[in-house]
Every structure is written in structure tokens, then in C-alpha cells.
Design a protein around this ligand. Structure first.
Ligand code: CAA
Ligand code: FAD
Length: 380
């Protein structure tokens, strides 16, 4: 199924596949064990144009479409979901947020470096008491005339240690509820901005996740994104596209598990034949391929909606809900097909299974995707 991909789409997909095989695969087990990811690999992803895929070339981006973006995400995620979450946050949350809603000055100052990978971005919405319930922001930003004074805590921040630029959501006027929330651009090293230790995680262990602390951080007025009170809508609109990226990540994790399982089942022999000749295994392969293909249709449909200028909030949520379920279920099957070998690191599928789980949690849990989808159906 090629979804009428253009020559350009096929080229970018092959470039991402090649990069994943030659640069990400070696060392992926060690990076998972050590919870590390070398700057050198981030630099290479930037050189290939993966850090600003959809950004206008005048801001240093690759000027490609959302279909190209999901193709890149899928290929990177087949091998290393830690690399792809870095790419996803930088592209669909930080670069998109700045390009779509930032001022020209903000774009010149921040977007160009982010789109080339010279700097990495982080998107800071979640808090200890405001995860799914994102309007309950406790971080405050008090208007002090020429600047805002920021205080509070953000947790679970992807790229939290590596980033140079942070988009931070905070409450400026509690009485106004979600209309009293704003989004700000912060830079690493601002006085009063502290980065906590790296979380020790089940999966995507190469990606750094940190708690951030703000103690009287002075944020210049010009670092607010959009009109006063636009911050919650900024976060929601940005996440609508972000969810397409995570859906593509989930698809890639599932497809990576399937490809390994298919290969293994054609090599491993039991009871005098390759295990793929046992119907129980063959049927698992059939189910895996069917589910993954269905997930790919939803991911491509959401990316096409975005490219066509159609609303993609519902289709992105559907793609994430379904693809993340497929990733979780089918990586468990990939481990099963590998038998005992599936349980050890050397065969990669146990890592894919651990990495799959996060796709049902971040950028809105599966339960939250159902809220988004059902509300849009009822509203229609
Ligand atoms: N686009 C534009 N506006 C939107 C919107 C969207 N997709 N979704 C909501 N809004 C608007 C609503 O229209 C409403 O505005 P009005 O009052 O003017 O109509 C306003 O936002 C408030 O919306 P709701 O009343 O629907 O708000 P809610 O409190 O019921 O919450 C929610 C809605 C969908 C559950 C939302 O809180 C949510 O998405 N929660 C999940 C948070 C999340 O996804 N966090 C991810 C953090 S980033 C991350 O995770 C990155 C990573 O891991 C890599
Ligand atoms: P809670 O909101 O406490 O939810 C707990 C459970 O209750 C979930 O199953 C949830 O679905 C369910 N639940 C809650 N409300 C409802 C409801 N109304 N109806 C039905 N069920 C409900 N955040 C960022 O801002 N930036 C990042 O870069 C980022 N990266 C992350 C990376 C990792 C590795 C992790 C683990 C998280 C990251 N997050 C990030 C945070 C992530 O978005 C949140 O964990 C997620 O939104 C869920 O919030 P929570 O953990 O507070 O769970």
C-alpha cells in the first residue's frame, strides 16, 4: 500500500530508514541501558533535516509536508523510539507552535536554530497536579510590566535536560480559567530556572525526561506567544498535530516488532519446520500485519488532513488511540514469537514492547483521546 506516495516521499522515507539502520541501530541497546543519547546523533538528524521537517526553509526548515513527517517518524521509531520522541517534540510541538503562532521576532530568534537542530526544544505543559486535567495549571506567571515573573514546577518534560528552548504554559489570571493561561518562551540558564535529575524509566530510556523548577524567573514580555490568554488554546492546537507524530511513532514501534518477528519466524525451527509454518504463529503474523496496516491508514489519513488544510484534531486523536493500542498489543506478540529470545535485550523486541507503553500515555492518554474524539462527534 503506497498511498500514492511521491518520489520525494519515497526518498525521504528511504533516507530515514537508512539513517535508522546505519546510525541508530548500532548502540541502541547500550543507549537504552545507559539512558543516554549522544549529541552527535542529534546533530546528524539535524543535518538530514529531521528536526524541522515541516518548517519553512526561510526559517531553516526542510519545507516538507506532514506525510513526509510521519514517514520519517515511522522509520526512526522502528529502531529507536527515544530518537523519534526527540524529533517529535522538536518538530510537532516546539517548531510548529512557534511557526504557527510566534511573532516574526520569535521565529527569527528561536525557530531557525530549532529547525536545524542547532538547538533542541521542550514543551512544558504537565505538572504534578495537572496532567490530563491540563487547565489546572499551578505554575503562575505574574505580569510585572515589562516582564512576567514565573513560579512553579513542570514534570515529565521530554528533552528537559538537552533543550535550549522551552515553551512553558502558565496561569496568568486564575479567575479567567483557561482564558487566563499563557505560553512563554524560556531559555536554559535563565536565573531561577532549575532542571531536576533525569527520570529512570521503563521505556524510551535514551530520551531524557526531567522535572523543571521555576523560582522567580523573569521572562521578558516579548517572550509571550500570541495574545494575552491564548496559552491553553496554543497548547491544545499544538497537541492536535503532536498526536499525529506520536501516532506515527506507535506505528513504527509496532512495525519494527512485526518485521523482527517475521524474520525470526522464518529462521527458527521447532518440530522439524520453521515456526512460521505453525498456524498459531502464521495467524499471529496475519493479525499483526492487518492491525499495523489499519493503524497506518489512520496515521496517513490524519497527516493528509493536515496537509489538505482540513481539521485534524479528531483524526489525529483516532490515529494515536488506535496506533498506540496496536503498538502495545503487537509488540507483546513479537516477544511471544521470539520465545525465550524475546525476553533478552539482544533481540530488540523486549525494548520495543517497553517503548510501546508510553505511546498510550503521553500527549494525552488513550482515555483523553476518547474524550477528544467523542466530544468532536457529539458537537458535529
Ligand atoms: N483546538 C483548539 N481549541 C481547543 C482544542 C483544540 N484541539 N481543545 C480544546 N480547545 C479549547 C476549547 O474550545 C475551549 O475553549 P472555549 O471555552 O473558548 O470554547 C478550551 O480549549 C477548553 O477546552 P475544554 O473545555 O475542552 O477543556 P477541558 O478542561 O475539558 O480539557 C482536554 C480538554 C482535551 C481533556 C485537555 O485538557 C487535554 O488535552 N488534556 C491532555 C493533556 C495532554 O495532552 N498533555 C500532553 C503534554 S505534552 C506531552 O505529553 C509531550 C510528550 O510526551 C512527548
Ligand atoms: P493523570 O492525569 O493523573 O491520569 C491518571 C489516569 O487517569 C490515566 O489513566 C488517565 O487516562 C485517567 N484519567 C484522568 N482523567 C480522566 C478522565 N477525565 N476520564 C477518564 N480517565 C481519566 N508532558 C509535557 O508537558 N511535556 C513533555 O515533554 C512530556 N513528556 C513526557 C514523557 C514521559 C516519558 C512521560 C511519562 C510523560 C510525559 N509528559 C509530558 C506528561 C504526559 O503528557 C502525562 O503523563 C499525561 O498527559 C498524563 O498525565 P498524568 O501522568 O498526570 O496522569
Amino acid at each position: 500500500m503506497d498511498f500514492n506516495l511521491t518520489e520525494e516521499h519515497l526518498m525521504i522515507r528511504d533516507a530515514a530508514r537508512d539513517f535508522a539502520q546505519t546510525e541508530l541501530l548500532p548502540g541502541v541497546i547500550e543507549r537504552d541501558e545507559k539512558q543516554s543519547f549522544p549529541d552527535e546523533l542529534v546533530r546528524k538528524m539535524g543535518e538530514l533535516g529531521f528536526m524541522g521537517v515541516m518548517v519553512d526553509p526561510k526559517y531553516g526548515g526542510s519545507g516538507m509536508d506532514a506525510v513526509s513527517y510521519v514517514l520519517i517518524m515511522e522509520e526512526l521509531s522502528k529502531i529507536d523510539a527515544s530518537a523519534s520522541v526527540m524529533v517529535s517534540v522538536n518538530n510537532s510541538l516546539v517548531c510548529y507552535g512557534l511557526e504557527a503562532y510566534g511573532s516574526e521576532e520569535q521565529k527569527q530568534k528561536y525557530l531557525t536554530k530549532l529547525a536545524t537542530g542547532e538547538q533542541i526544544g521542550a514543551f512544558c505543559l504537565s505538572e504534578p497536579e495537572a496532567g490530563s486535567d491540563a487547565t489546572s495549571q499551578a505554575t503562575t506567571a505574574i505580569d510585572k510590566g515589562d516582564h512576567y515573573l514565573l513560579n512553579g514546577t513542570k514534570n515529565w518534560i521530554t528533552n528537559g535536560g538537552r533543550a535550549g528552548v522551552y515553551l512553558v504554559i502558565a496561569q496568568t489570571d486564575r479567575e479567567k480559567g483557561h482564558r487566563g493561561i499563557n505560553a512563554f518562551i524560556l531559555e536554559k540558564g535563565m536565573e531561577g530556572f532549575d532542571i531536576g535529575p533525569k527520570e529512570d524509566k521503563l521505556g524510551i530510556r535514551g530520551s531524557d525526561t526531567h522535572t523543571l523548577q521555576f523560582n522567580d524567573v523573569k521572562v521578558p514580555k516579548e517572550n509571550r506567544i500570541g495574545e494575552d490568554g491564548f496559552g491553553f488554546k496554543f497548547a491544545m492546537k499544538t497537541l492536535s498535530g503532536g498526536r499525529i507524530g506520536i501516532a506515527a511513532q506507535a506505528l513504527g514501534i509496532a512495525a519494527g516488532g512485526y518485521e523482527l518477528a517475521l524474520k525470526y519466524s522464518k529462521e527458527r525451527k521447532a518440530f522439524g519446520t520453521e515456526i512460521c509454518n505453525h498456524q498459531a504463529i502464521a495467524f499471529k503474523l496475519a493479525d499483526m500485519y492487518t492491525e499495523i496496516t489499519a493503524a497506518r491508514h489512520l496515521v496517513m489519513a490524519a497527516a493528509c488532513d493536515k496537509d489538505n488544510g482540513d481539521d485534524y484534531t479528531r483524526s489525529g486523536a483516532m490515529a494515536k488511540l488506535y496506533a498506540s493500542k496496536v503498538a502495545m498489543e503487537q509488540t507483546v506478540e513479537a516477544v511471544q514469537i521470539h520465545g525465550g529470545n524475546g525476553f533478552v535485550k539482544e533481540y530488540h523486541v523486549e525494548r520495543l514492547m517497553r517503548d510501546a507503553k508510553i505511546t498510550q500515555i503521553y500527549e494525552g492518554t488513550s482515555e483523553i483521546q476518547k474524550i477528544v474524539i467523542s466530544r468532536s462527534l457529539i458537537k458535529e
